[in-house]
Design a protein around this ligand. Structure first.
Ligand SMILES: C[S@@+](CC[C@H](N)C(=O)[O-])C[C@H]1O[C@@H](n2cnc3c(N)ncnc32)[C@H](O)[C@@H]1O
Length: 247
């Protein structure tokens, strides 16, 4: 059966899955940035930068309405902000974990982005109001992927663009070597730095159950997006899905 959404250990339905994700991110928020950079050897910065560069033409439009959903501690938002002209309309940076969002707001607050505490599956935004939605390493955590894509489709203007940056599982020899790191070494380092067992065991299991690119692309098309594609980053360890709401 195809994956419908994130299922943290012990979650029985979508409501408890979302609550468990929210609690988990609130609990690791103080150590999140440090862990991110250590565990990815800073490659995450390159991935955020490439994602922002992909959308440079829409970001360069001062009036473009842009949402970074699941913004967490705001590093994707900061990469998007670097592509905004001065005086541009503020980026909306939204997350449902207060601990993550408040740290993000310290970085981007007053610098061209505003923080919004909101659930990606129920955005407090008008239909057809956004030119661009970007989400980095957040989509995989949604309790229902199809519902997330539908909600993004609802709030995007016709012709609006979507970018979903997330982890993937590379194939071949690199994939085998990476799997050892991702499934064994990474959870051990994560446990050591943040002193908790759950979150960094959840990470590899959530990537393992996330739909692979062909299934994600099929899901995006079935929801009504066009020009759906996936670009692997760093041997396919991560990758960027892009799509457009038809005119
Ligand atoms: C792995 S962090 C990514 C943060 C940031 N985008 C980055 O690239 O570092 C995932 C974020 O998604 C948020 N998130 C997960 N499900 C969400 C939902 N349904 N609505 C809003 N935020 C959500 C979590 O609270 C967390 O801050």
């Amino acid at each position: 059966m195809p994956a419908t959404g994130a299922k943290p250990l012990g979650a029985e339905d979508e409501v408890s899955a979302a609550r468990s994700v929210q609690q988990m991110f609130n609990s690791i928020a103080p150590r999140y940035d440090l862990l991110n950079h250590v565990l990815s050897a800073n490659i995450d910065r390159l991935w955020w930068w490439r994602t922002a560069r992909r959308f440079r033409s829409v970001l360069a439009r001062p009036n473009a309405a842009v949402l970074d959903i699941c913004c967490g501690t705001g590093d994707m938002t900061m990469a998007l902000l670097r592509r905004r002209p001065s005086g541009a309309r503020p980026i909306l940076a939204a997350d449902f974990a207060h601990g993550m969002l408040s740290r993000g707001a310290l970085k981007f607050g007053g610098r061209g982005a505003v923080a919004l505490e909101a659930d990606a599956l129920h955005l407090p935004l008008r239909p057809a109001s956004l030119d661009l939605i970007v989400t980095a390493f957040g989509f995989r955590n949604l309790a229902n992927y199809e519902a997330g894509l539908r909600e993004f489709h609802r709030v995007l203007k016709p012709g609006g663009q979507l970018g979903i940056l997330d982890f993937s599982e590379p194939g071949g020899l690199i994939g085998k070597a990476y799997a050892v790191y991702f499934r064994r070494v990474l959870p051990a380092i994560g446990r050591l730095i943040c002193g908790k067992e759950g979150p960094y065991s959840y990470l590899p299991s959530s990537v393992g159950s996330f739909p692979p690119p062909p299934s994600m692309l099929a899901l995006m098309r079935s929801v009504g997006y066009e020009q759906c594609s996936w670009k692997p980053y760093t041997f396919g360890i991560a990758g960027l899905y892009t799509a457009r709401r038809p005119e």
